[in-house]
Ligand binder design. Structure first.
Ligand code: HEM
Length: 402
């Protein structure tokens, strides 16, 4: 996909899914979707893992009620661990250097929104900046990755899996990949090529799946703090179903129209002016009345749909009710799906991300009242713009629900 980045990504190798194209991308994407569907995405096992991580997060947060919290420090690791357990069956601690390195790539430290990833993505998005940025942003991206020795860790996980692999009890994504490699069928799974692709895929899941989902959760928390009446309504809906005797799961989604609407409206608001990862035209062709020459870099605008008055009444207004029909039923408006991309490269983690948003938020609201630290008026919901819209750093407080 990104010819420009060939020299700097993955030490010159375009591997995995996010940055590859053609036959390699096709084989890797098809395989990943198949395995993640059977093994995890949209299935019981990932829901179980998400619920475990959400419960553990709430248990840990209980010791911090009444304190000024930087939620990113807690939430990010839990989201990361859902993915990491599916991929490798391993789990990392909150203070692990590798987690800290990854967090410093994603989580903005100040209102300017500068993160290593943002700078890298901006340079991908602006080819004119590419020449200059490759010396600064990409270099700092690589340095951050090296600081926590993330590549070394990924390689050690791959080696450990190869040594302990058992055909009749596959543990996780890496095991399924090893099985495919041993079959020796498709070229992109064999030998060195296969190892590069597995390393690339693992990196893709974190780059594309960790920060995006954690930030989605942080935005949802911020909106619930800013609009306490919306928070109360969600809590009433949850309690009406569980009577506070259990946690909600995805099988309850059909009975929680308002909670679903709030989550969808936050997705819409968060990405109201974001662009999608740039695509590269591999051949010339017409799209409607536009001629796209080969090698054009194409940006799709999420904002052109999500923040367009033709599609959404008063698009700048936070209004979950827009997704509730006259009978009180949830309208799962497919237009909001553009937040996950369009076409053949649409996000393969959408189901999992939506599941995580639902389960983490309902777990948190069952146990805590989410409050601002200081005046809620000072909480800014303005996204920090990049290829991924980040939230501005904020502090909050939790009060245990009686
Ligand atoms: C709220 C959470 C998420 C959002 C908003 C999001 C959004 C996106 C978007 C906009 C794209 C680009 C689509 C395109 O190029 O047309 C993408 C691609 C991708 N996403 Fe997600 N994503 C999220 C969560 C996840 C999760 C949880 C995973 C991991 C399982 C994931 C894995 C990927 C991968 C691997 C790609 C590259 C697909 C390809 O190039 O074929 N994403 N995502």
């Amino acid at each position: 996909m990104f010819k420009l980045f060939k020299p700097v990504l993955a030490n010159g190798d375009i591997a995995g899914m996010l940055f590859s194209s053609g036959k390699n991308w096709q084989e890797q994407r098809r395989f990943s979707l198949h395995v993640l569907k059977d093994l995890g995405l949209g299935k019981e096992i990932s829901e179980k893992l998400i619920a475990e991580e959400a419960k553990e997060l709430c248990d840990e947060l209980e010791a911090h009620t009444g304190e000024a919290l930087n939620m990113v420090d807690y939430l990010w690791v839990s989201v990361f661990n859902v993915l990491w357990r599916i991929v490798s069956s391993e789990k990392l601690g909150r203070d692990d250097e590798r987690v800290k390195s990854l967090m410093s790539i994603f989580a903005p430290k100040n209102d300017s929104g500068d993160t290593v990833l943002k700078n890298l993505l901006t340079s991908i998005g602006l080819p004119a900046m590419y020449f200059l940025s490759r010396f600064f942003n990409v270099d700092s991206f690589m340095k951050t990755i090296q600081k926590g020795d993330i590549t070394g860790y990924i390689l050690s996980v791959m080696e450990h899996h190869e040594k302990t692999f058992q055909d009749d009890s596959k543990r996780d994504f890496v095991d399924f990949f090893i099985e495919e490699a041993q079959k020796g069928g498709k070229e992109s799974f064999r030998g060195l090529e296969g190892r590069k692709n597995l390393r690339g895929l693992i990196g893709d899941f974190f780059a594309a799946g960790g920060g995006t989902t954690a930030t989605g959760l942080l935005f949802t928390i911020m909106y619930l703090i800013k609009y306490p009446e919306v928070q109360d309504k969600v809590v009433q809906e949850i309690n009406g179903i569980t009577g506070r005797s259990r946690q909600l799961g995805t099988s309850d989604m059909a009975r929680t129209p308002y909670t679903n609407a709030v989550i969808l409206e936050v997705i819409r608001m968060r990405d109201r002016d974001a662009l999608i990862i740039p695509h590269h035209a591999s051949a010339s062709g017409w799209v409607g009345k536009y001629f796209i020459p080969k090698d054009t870099i194409i940006h799709m605008s999420k904002g052109a749909v999500l923040h367009n008055a033709e599609h959404f009444d008063e698009p700048g207004k936070f209004n979950p009710e827009r997704f509730i029909d006259g009978d009180g039923k949830f309208i799962n408006d497919p237009k909001v799906g553009i937040a996950f991309g369009m076409g053949k490269r649409r996000c393969p983690g959408e189901t999992m991300a939506r599941m995580e948003l639902y389960i983490f938020i309902t777990h948190l609201l069952d146990r805590f009242i989410l409050k601002a630290h200081g005046d809620p008026k000072d909480l800014s919901l303005e996204p920090l713009h990049s290829m991924i819209n980040f939230n501005k750093p904020f502090k909050m407080m939790l009060e245990a629900r009686a």
